[in-house]
Design a binder for this molecule. Structure first.
Ligand code: UGA
Length: 435
């Protein structure tokens, strides 16, 4: 099938490359000429494991191409995915900014030819698909199209495998014809028995927010339990295991840490709260998850300061990891961005390492010292903070780390290491929710 993807951000690019791999003919369209020419040269603007390979392979095989020409790419397509950004609105009120979606809808409407399915893949508040549909109709009353909402559940760092082996595909569609087109698009997943959930437009839109909000609630819940564990002498890792093995609860997303970050949970929980407010429906559990997350990040600043005796003036803090999670170069809403600046302001010297996030961090925090590896980050440090659980930080040469540090204080905000083992190796060990 000939498919056009509008927007070559994270979602658009992964969707385009993976659908090309399914055998479709994909045109990825973006207005950003420098981005498109870089993609035409095989340069991928984001770090996502496996994506560059997939883009290069499918471009070479002629199934994936990149263009800035909206008119042509729209006219030729049987299906069009809208995957433009929906950042938090510039008004700072938590609403998702739909400017790009509406602009794309109006523009593509003028170029539609023949029956086309228009699929909203961006994360958008309930009612957006209907609004987009109205806009297209108003702009081009003769257009023959159906609107579909097809939210994505990809995790950064694991997006390719999530796309190829998803837990489910959610399709909000209001005609059998559109459902049939969607089935054809995802045919390879149908064949491996992926569950398909067919709903109306509004349900599909809300499923996306509800899924992210539920996961955020789960994380905030375990973070609260971690804080309680610290006070009563329990171990949250044991607690999470004991609780998570209950099949009704599940063990995933029960890892305590410095709070959730990234481009999705923080933005989507707030956007869901705004929608609930607008409709006069309380969403207290989501509200609590957001509040707990803010205090969790603040709590990490206190944890580090307390471990250093309450005062960080003149102290050197080594930091391993800056991105909001491993296997990404994404710093958006990363807990590190909330935890490190207050320590810097209080007079600490911050020396950091991150496998992918340092280039962007250098722009945001020129005051940090950027190092080439974990050991440089530990050198002369009064404390070493493990902020993001990159694999390369899971097998540190602890003897070497200890010998390089000013004092062996290891603050493990991801509970990667065992407290007992660390103590046996001579470290003062501080985890999250552990003795
Ligand atoms: C999340 C969802 O997991 C995806 O399903 C969804 O498609 C995506 O948002 C989106 O809306 O686009 P992502 O933000 O890439 O994916 O990353 P996650 O793996 O979900 O992690 C989010 C944050 O939660 C990270 O800061 C991570 O460190 C934190 N987290 C996760 C925990 O603190 N504990 C956990 O147990 C799990």
């Amino acid at each position: 099938m000939k498919i056009t993807i509008i927007g070559t951000g994270y979602v658009g690019l992964v969707t385009g490359a993976c659908l090309a791999e399914f055998g479709h003919h994909i045109t990825c369209m973006d207005k950003d000429t420098s981005k498109i020419s870089a993609l035409q040269d095989g340069q991928i603007p984001i770090y996502e494991p496996g994506l560059d390979e997939l883009v290069r392979k499918n471009s070479r095989d002629g199934r994936l191409s990149f263009t800035t020409n909206l008119a042509e790419s729209v006219a030729n397509a049987s299906a069009i995915f809208i995957a433009v950004g929906t950042p938090s609105s510039r008004r700072g009120d938590g609403y998702a900014d739909l400017t790009y979606i509406y602009a794309a809808a109006k523009e593509l409407a003028q170029h539609l030819k023949g029956y086309t399915v228009i699929i909203d893949k961006s994360t958008v508040p309930v009612g957006t698909a209907k609004q987009v549909s109205r806009l297209i109709q108003e702009t081009n009353p003769d257009a023959d199209f159906d609107m579909v909402s097809n939210p994505e559940f990809l995790r950064e760092g694991a997006a390719i495998s999530d796309f190829q082996r998803p837990d489910r595909i959610v399709i909000g569609a209001e005609s059998v014809k559109a459902q049939a087109v969607m089935k054809e698009i995802y045919d390879p997943l149908y064949l491996i028995s992926t569950p398909f959930v067919f709903t109306g437009l509004e349900s599909a839109e809300l499923i996306k927010y509800a899924a992210n909000a539920f996961l955020a609630i789960k994380i905030s819940f375990i973070n609260e339990m971690a804080n309680l564990c610290e006070q009563v002498g329990a171990d949250v890792v044991d607690l999470a295991k004991g609780v998570g093995l209950d099949g009704r609860i599940g063990s995933k997303f029960l890892h305590p840490g410095p709070g959730f970050g990234g481009s999705c949970f923080p933005k989507d929980t707030i956007a869901l709260l705004r929608t609930a407010q607008e409709h006069g429906v309380p969403a207290r559990s989501v509200e609590a998850a957001v509040e707990i997350n803010a205090s969790q990040k603040a709590g990490m600043v206190k944890k580090i300061r307390d471990a250093l005796g309450g005062d960080v003036v003149g102290k050197t803090i080594g930091v391993l990891g800056l991105t909001f999670k491993p296997e990404t170069d994404d710093l958006r809403d990363s807990p590190a961005l909330s935890i490190l600046p207050p320590l810097l302001e209080k007079g600490a010297k911050i020396q950091v390492h991150d496998p992918q996030g340092m280039k962007e961090a250098e722009q945001l925090f020129p005051e940090f010292t950027y190092t080439d590896n974990s050991y440089e980050a530990a050198t002369d440090a009064d404390a070493l903070v493990l902020m993001t659980e990159w694999n390369q930080y899971r097998a540190l040469d602890l003897e070497k780390i200890k010998s390089l540090m000013k004092q062996p204080l290891f603050i493990d905000l991801r509970n990667v290491y065992s407290p007992d083992k660390m103590k046996n190796k001579g470290f003062v060990y501080v985890g999250v929710g552990r003795k």
